[in-house]
Design a protein around this ligand. Structure first.
Ligand code: HEC
Length: 114
């Protein structure tokens, strides 16, 4: 997912009128990286987070983006949480996503060791 993520990241940050600008009108990066986010999502399958965002976000216009846009956003959220990049690009396929566990614990334990 490395290449696609890098692109989506800068688009998201600038909020240049692309669909992803919707998210930053309500969210800062901290919304998706703080302790509350970790507590809620750690250990759950990635498909849970995908369907949550797909069903509920943007809050003012839920499910208004297409699957690939939600896939890019998901990759972006994971990147912000410094999760290990996968070997294959993230696909918005729920069966594939159900096999990936959200692993925010790893970041926390690395930090506390060093
Ligand atoms: C109109 C404001 C608004 C917009 C736009 C918006 N959100 Fe949200 N989002 C919220 C609110 C409020 C919550 C808190 C949960 C709730 O009330 O549903 C939330 C919660 C979330 C969460 C869960 C955070 C957690 O700690 O569990 C994620 C992930 C998320 N939003 C992603 C996105 C993404 C990705 C987009 C862009 C497609 C987006 N949001 C656009 C208002 C918004």
């Amino acid at each position: 997912m490395a290449m696609a993520t890098a692109t989506s990241c800068s688009e998201h940050a600038t909020g240049d009128g692309s669909k992803q600008g919707y998210c930053v009108s309500c969210h800062t990066a901290a919304t998706h990286t703080g302790p509350a986010f970790r507590l809620k999502w750690a250990g759950r399958p990635l498909s849970d987070l995908f369907s949550y965002v797909h069903t509920n976000m943007p809050k003012n216009d839920p499910a208004s983006l297409d699957d690939s846009q939600y896939g890019v956003l998901l990759a972006y959220i994971l990147q912000m949480n410094r999760m290990p990049a996968g070997k294959t690009p993230l696909s918005p396929d729920s069966t594939a996503l159900a096999k990936i566990r959200i692993d925010t614990i790893r970041t926390v334990s690395i930090n506390s060791v060093s």
